[in-house]
Design a protein around this ligand. Sequence first.
Ligand SMILES: *Cc1c(COP(=O)(O)O)cnc(C)c1O
Length: 229
Amino acid sequence: MSLEERIQHVDERIQAACEASGRNRESVNVIAVTKYVSAEMTEKVLGSGLVHIGENRWQNAEEKWNTLGHRGIWHFIGHLQTNKVKDVIGKFPYIHSLDRLSLAREIEKKAAQLDIKVQCMLQVNISGEESKYGLQPEQAVPLLREIREFNHIQVAGLMTMAPFEEESERTRPVFRGLRELRDDLNRQALTHEPLTDLSMGMSNDFEIAIQEGATWVRLGSVLVGKEEG
Ligand SMILES: *Cc1c(COP(=O)(O)O)cnc(C)c1O
């Protein structure tokens, strides 16, 4: 399938998932995850009209960002090492993987120097899989209380990754759990503004995530494809 065909096909699936759950198509934003593809392919993705680009490692993103950074809106979706904050902040207006206070402090420091505000998602490990990064759900409240004092971090919402399942329906409890956690945190009014965003759903499970309230789906292989090597 060509890129155009994949974009069309994914869009139809998003529409259907929205219809099935009574949601507005406009409430679901697509992040094209370009970590498997070259700068040339990333340029085609931007040329196709997709604006949100997701990368999970600065080492892989650097070359692409240096040529294309001014064109898209860049989302950092992978585990962020504290010593990479200086490279990423100022280039990626969205960080989906805020999972510890030490990282929040570094982001705040760098963003304050640049006089910018960074949109962050708290990454939460809902599934409890040991291999996954992210906070335990019960750590969200104390972390939000600390981050509330940081003027250069806006916590927009929450992010999670579901385990890979052959039967995607089995991911539903993870996505539902993230939505319920967001709603619960909002009832406690821990942030200046309510948490609105839910970053959840990948190639294998995005329709389930949309039915459970995803506002950002992060799509690599199904949308952008995968280049060998
Ligand atoms: C790679 C990656 C994705 C996209 O993966 P696909 O299954 O190819 O859609 C989404 N989110 C994160 C955090 C990733 O690392």
